[in-house]
Design a protein around this ligand. Structure first.
Ligand SMILES: [Zn+2]
Length: 97
């Protein structure tokens, strides 16, 4: 289990315990170490930029790969990574678990 800050309505974040995801073959699981708060996050938080809720904010982050899918190179486990915001294909934004 891990904790996530979940935006449930504008300006209302609740801390929830969530189950770790089951990875698809081509995915990795990243333990987030640092996350930024950008203008988009602030607009979503305030309700000025509407998105489906509930939502975990913080799409700009860095962390460590702690698990890899079956088709992912095993040597990536333990590597430090940063999410590239300009590459959105095949990345599940704020994957809802
Ligand atoms: Zn951003």
């Amino acid at each position: 289990m891990y904790k996530a800050g979940v935006l449930v309505s504008p300006e209302e974040i609740k801390i929830e315990k969530r189950q770790e995801p089951i990875l698809d073959d081509n995915e990795v699981l990243v333990k987030v170490k640092f996350a930024g708060i950008c203008g988009t996050d602030l607009a979503i938080f305030s309700g000025n930029y509407r998105v489906p809720l509930p939502l975990v904010l913080g799409h700009e982050f860095s962390g460590e790969i702690i698990e890899v899918g079956n088709k992912v190179e095993k040597g990536l486990k333990g590597k430090r990574v940063v999410r590239a915001n300009s590459i959105s294909c095949k990345i599940r934004y704020g994957r809802q678990l």
